[in-house]
Design a protein around this ligand. Structure first.
Ligand code: KIV
Length: 255
């Protein structure tokens, strides 16, 4: 299937089987995750924190993204490979299209960008260029410095109105799905019930949205220094690495 067909198939899942999405940043993880049958593999700019050691996603560049997208794409995933357009790479429609093309050249099949009404013209331009786009509303990590931290969204009627308006602007511009991040459960539920494209939740309650996306290091427990409160680890890879490394040191020093 082409990327456009995969994105359309996910769009058509609205009201059907829930979408399972995970982030991936490298070749072996992408290969292993794809074996699970996940629907969507997000090369998220979260890689800035969990793979590159930056304090937040505002340090991630297009070159970082291209490097990691290419590694994930070499695994030839069946899942749709979705790549984040990092901060400052979509200031206007022409730049957004040029940079989305660079991500596609590196191996992405679709792109994601953050924000609502103010991004609609960029979403329209990218989709018209033949590249599927996923929206991202709620808590926007690329705005963490302006907002002074990570705050839950959709708490007030005004915030819910802004989310609704943003979502409809993105849908009219052509997104195939919308990630909702850290939106209070009631608001995320209302958006999911009323919007015609799938919502993919993170930090919105486990079964509120049409699908879920998790940061892979939260799922496998390989980034123990920060674990969001909503994470549900299924493994403790940090423990396995520490144990294996300690056993190796012992083996080498006392053969
Ligand atoms: O960068 C990322 O991993 C994301 C998810 C949190 C949705 O955008």
């Amino acid at each position: 299937m082409t990327g456009v067909e995969k994105a359309q198939a996910l769009r058509d899942r609205k009201g059907g089987a829930r979408i399972a999405a995970l982030t991936a940043y490298d070749y072996p993880t992408a290969r292993l995750l794809d074996e699970s049958g996940i629907d969507l593999m997000l090369v998220g700019d979260s890689l800035g924190m969990v793979a590159l050691g930056f304090p937040d996603t505002t340090h991630v560049t297009l070159e970082h993204m291209r490097h990691h997208v290419a590694a994930v794409a070499r695994a030839e995933p069946t899942a749709l490979v979705l790549a984040d357009l990092p901060i400052h790479t979509y200031p206007d429609p022409d730049t957004a299209v040029a940079n989305a093309r660079l991500l596609v050249e590196a191996g992405a099949e679709a792109v994601k960008l953050e924000g609502g009404i103010r991004q609609a013209d960029k979403v329209r331009a990218i989709t018209e260029a033949g590249i599927p786009v996923c929206g991202h509303l709620g808590m926007l990590p690329q705005r963490v410095l302006e907002e002074g931290g990570y705050h839950k969204k959709g708490r007030t009627p005004e915030q819910l109105d802004a989310l609704r308006e943003g979502a409809w602007a993105l849908i009219e511009a052509g997104v195939f799905a919308i990630v909702l991040e850290s939106v209070v459960q009631e608001a995320a539920g209302e958006l999911t019930a009323t919007l015609p494209v799938p919502t993919i939740g993170i930090g919105c309650g486990e079964t509120t949205c049409d699908g879920e996306v998790a940061v892979v290091t939260d799922l496998i427990g390989s980034f123990p220094w920060f674990v969001p409160p909503f994470a549900r680890p299924e493994a403790d890879v940090a423990h396995s690495i520490r144990t294996a490394a300690a056993a190796y040191v012992q083996r080498v020093r006392q053969p």
